[in-house]
Design a protein around this ligand. Structure first.
Ligand code: SF4
Ligand code: SF4
Length: 73
C-alpha cells in the first residue's frame, strides 16, 4: 500500500524578504508569515503545519532568495 509523501521545509529566516510567493504557491496552504522580525526587518515565512507538507518543492522553486530547502521524509 502506498503511503502519502511527507516533507519537511527548512527556512533560512534571515534571507526572507516576505514576498509571499511561497505562501501563494503552496498547494496545501501551510505557509504563512511569522510574527517575528528578521535582521532586515521582514516577517519571515514559516510552516504552520509541517504534517501537511507533501514535499512538492513548489515553495523552494519559486522563492527568489533561496530561503527554503525541502526534504522528502
Ligand atoms: S514543499 Fe510543497 S507542500 Fe511543502 S511547504 Fe513547500 S509548497 Fe507547501
Ligand atoms: S518566497 Fe522566499 S522570500 Fe518570499 S516569503 Fe517565501 S521564503 Fe520569503
Amino acid at each position: 500500500m502506498a503511503t502519502a509523501v511527507k516533507g519537511k521545509v527548512v527556512f533560512i529566516d534571515e534571507r526572507c524578504k516576505a514576498c509571499g510567493l511561497c505562501i501563494e504557491v503552496c498547494p496545501t496552504h501551510i505557509l504563512a508569515l511569522s510574527d517575528n522580525i528578521n535582521q532586515n526587518g521582514y516577517h519571515p515565512a514559516y510552516c504552520v503545519n509541517m504534517d501537511q507538507c507533501i514535499a512538492c518543492k513548489s515553495c523552494a522553486t519559486i522563492c527568489p532568495d533561496n530561503v527554503i530547502t525541502v526534504y522528502r521524509l
